[in-house]
Ligand binder design. Structure first.
Ligand code: ADP
Ligand code: MG
Ligand code: ZN
Length: 494
């Protein structure tokens, strides 16, 4: 019998914390697009005689994240020096946390295939980022170059490293874990969570457990720059590791780098591997004391967490799982929805409009919902008109479009779009029908002479009327008025 395998995955995620200044000095952190080596000082360049001084805001953001993950906060933790020689590290050591991290022992729920699963969080610790080597070759590798440039603008930027338990069993679970964590840090406002720009970086650990009792070695995959790349790298490793074990070989425990264009992982043994970090306590920093007041303040600053919101949208509001997921993806969108409903709009209609119209506007403009030129209350008013039947969906959509493009209120936007409050009725509707019938004599003639057995022409004319009045009347009314107009025309012919 061929043995079966179980995949075991644990992730180490680095999140760049959204502070204004670096972890141990007052250099600014907005390094993207800056001239190389302009956001540096003697402290983050590691010059002799300088002393680090801890940025309190980064501790707050780390504690806030840890509390959202259900971690215990260590009232006393400390910093260590992690020694290694690499040119992106000006001091030749990184200040990090080691045996006493600021937070331990939490968990985070992820939804996979409609199931909720809790993934254990081993620890969250604070550390400083390294600088960036600029190799100048197309593939970003050193090969064939006699020199590389280094940019220390990123050196010293605060990171929270979040280490998971090896609780994931598939690349899909790993993907959901990363997406959930990214959503969380964005909700909390502790990081922009962008993988493309490197604000969120993932190292993926993966091993195989065989039904015959053998355990394969754990492989740590580095250099995955997107969620998609991580999934591909994990898929590749599953095949590679199982292949080795099926042929009786041993999976070596090692670090491997993902090559996205080749679609393979490559061993980095012999290069940066076999570290001896010689951790020792950082003598220039006192222990990190986190007091009750800070923990309480950070706890009180937490918004409703994204997974709680998502479940509430489903169970309490009765939204579909898909809608609940879309509408809880962004805090600004979710809050816009909740304020719209709080102002009196129905949950279903508000959810519908916000996941389509509002989300489309936000995607088109890159705006935050809070920066829209109209408030949730005003959207609620507009939806109220739709519910009352005085505005059709189409008309309301036209009005909304003008409201955001020209920053107008409902009334002005209605005037601008030619939308009639109360809808098109009576004489206005009769006139619109007449206009359409007169402008389409051929079709009208066929309908009148009974040469439209399938009713196709009649439907076509009705569609034209609906367009003429921008959907501002119920279809039934329009149909009745067309019938009436046709009756009159027949009467005139006789
Ligand atoms: P290291 O210090 O070498 O990085 P850790 O014990 O801190 O090792 O583990 C790092 C990551 O590896 C964690 O996310 C953990 O969940 C994961 N991990 C541990 N054991 C396994 C395993 N057998 N298979 C896959 N991942 C694992
Ligand atoms: Mg590690
Ligand atoms: Zn500095």
């Amino acid at each position: 019998m061929t043995p079966s395998f179980e995949t075991v995955i644990g992730l180490e995620v680095h999140v760049q914390l959204a502070t204004a200044t670096k972890l141990f000095c007052s250099c600014p952190t907005d390094y993207i697009g800056s001239e190389p080596n302009t956001l540096v000082c003697p402290v983050c360049l590691g010059l002799p005689g300088t002393l680090p001084s801890l940025n309190g805001r980064s501790v707050e953001l780390g504690v806030k994240t840890a509390l959202a993950l259900g971690c215990s906060i260590s009232r006393t933790s400390r910093f260590h020096r992690k020694n290694y020689f690499y040119p992106d590290l000006p001091k030749a050591f990184q200040i990090s946390q080691y045996d006493l991290p600021v937070a331990t022992g939490g968990s985070m729920p992820v939804f996979v295939g409609g199931e909720k699963k809790f993934i254990g969080i081993t620890r969250l610790h604070l550390e400083e980022d390294a600088g960036k080597l600029v190799h100048g070759t197309a593939d970003g590798r050193l090969s064939g170059r006699s020199f590389s440039n280094v940019d220390y603008n990123r050196a010293g930027i605060p990171l929270a490293e979040i280490v998971s338990e090896p609780d994931m069993r598939s690349p899909e679970e790993a993907r959901e874990y990363v997406l959930t964590l990214r959503r969380l840090v964005r909700y909390l406002g502790v990081s922009d969570g962008d993988m493309e720009s490197g604000s969120l970086r993932v190292d993926a650990n993966i091993s195989q457990k065989c039904s015959d009792g053998r355990w394969g070695g754990r492989v740590e995959i580095k250099n995955v720059n997107s969620v998609r790349a991580m999934e591909r790298a994990l898929d590749f490793e599953i095949t590679r590791q199982r292949g080795i074990m099926l042929s009786g070989g041993t999976v070596v425990q090692e670090t491997r780098h993902w090559d996205d264009s080749a679609g393979v992982t490559r061993s980095s043994r012999g290069k940066e591997e076999a570290h001896d970090y010689r951790y020792f306590p950082e003598p220039d920093l006192p222990p990190l004391i986190v007091n009750d007041a800070l923990v309480r303040a950070m706890g009180e600053s937490l918004p409703e967490l994204p997974w709680v919101k998502r479940e509430r949208f489903e169970t309490e509001w009765g939204l579909s799982p898909e809608d609940a997921a879309v509408l809880s993806e962004r805090l600004d969108l979710a809050e816009f929805l909740e304020s719209t409903v709080a102002s009196g709009a129905g949950r279903d209609i508000a959810a519908n409009w916000i996941k389509t119209e509002i989300l489309r506007i936000l995607n088109e403009t890159g705006l935050d919902a809070g920066d829209l030129p109209f408030t949730p209350r005003v959207l609620g008013e507009l939806l109220g008109e739709v519910v009352k039947g005085s505005l059709s969906n189409t008309a309301a959509r036209d009005v909304l479009e003008v409201m955001y493009r020209k920053g107008l209120g409902i009334q002005d936007a209605m005037k601008e779009t030619g939308v009639v409050p109360g809808g098109v009725t009576g004489d206005l509707l009769a006139k619109a029908v007449r206009r359409v019938l007169d402008a389409n004599r051929e079709e009208t003639g066929l309908v009148l002479s009974g040469a439209d057995p399938s009713g196709k022409k009649r439907k076509y004319l009705q569609g034209l009327v609906m367009r003429e009045i921008r959907g501002q009347a119920p279809v039934g009314d329009v149909s009745a008025v067309i019938d009436e107009a046709l009756r009159q025309m027949r009467g005139l012919d006789e």
